[in-house]
Design a protein around this ligand. Structure first.
Ligand SMILES: [Ca+2]
Ligand SMILES: [Ca+2]
Length: 141
């Protein structure tokens, strides 16, 4: 099951990569830390519940269970967004819920789509609103 999920993730990432050229592949771990890998010569393999990233800089292994998010970026530094901070003001609160609802309903809210994908699946939709409300209310379910 996890293998299916990660295969889908990699396919999704490959799709994004073809749309635009990025310099780094980043992983957000469940503990909040970020792993940044250069895409130069990158190769991703999955084995034994680990993702192994091999590139020109060497090899990095990350336990799949610790991966919360995987995305491409042009920024070498740490995570440029905070999950749930939909309106990018540095805080996760009810104004983010409002912005996300507006976006999901087709409004023109200026949001960070990566931060808005609260549940970490492949789309920003009503289930992220639910997840964000849970997050704002402090129930981690
Ligand atoms: Ca915010
Ligand atoms: Ca989502």
């Amino acid at each position: 099951m996890k293998k299916t999920i990660i295969t889908m993730l990699i396919a999704l990432v490959a799709m994004f990569a073809s749309a635009e050229t990025y310099s780094y592949l980043k992983f957000t771990k469940t503990n909040g830390s970020t792993v940044t890998c250069s895409v130069a010569g990158i190769k991703l393999t999955y084995d034994n519940n680990n993702i192994t990233v091999t590139n020109d800089e060497g090899t990095t292994t990350i336990a799949l269970a610790e991966v919360q998010d995987m995305y491409f970026s042009n920024e070498a530094g740490g995570s440029s967004f905070q999950i749930g901070d939909v309106n990018m003001d540095g805080y996760v609160n009810i104004t983010d819920v409002t912005a996300l609802i507006d976006y999901v309903l087709g409004g023109n809210a200026n949001i960070d789509v990566q931060a808005a994908n609260v549940n970490g699946d492949s789309a920003v939709n009503i289930s992220d609103v639910t997840a964000l409300i849970d997050q704002v209310l402090g129930s981690n379910q």
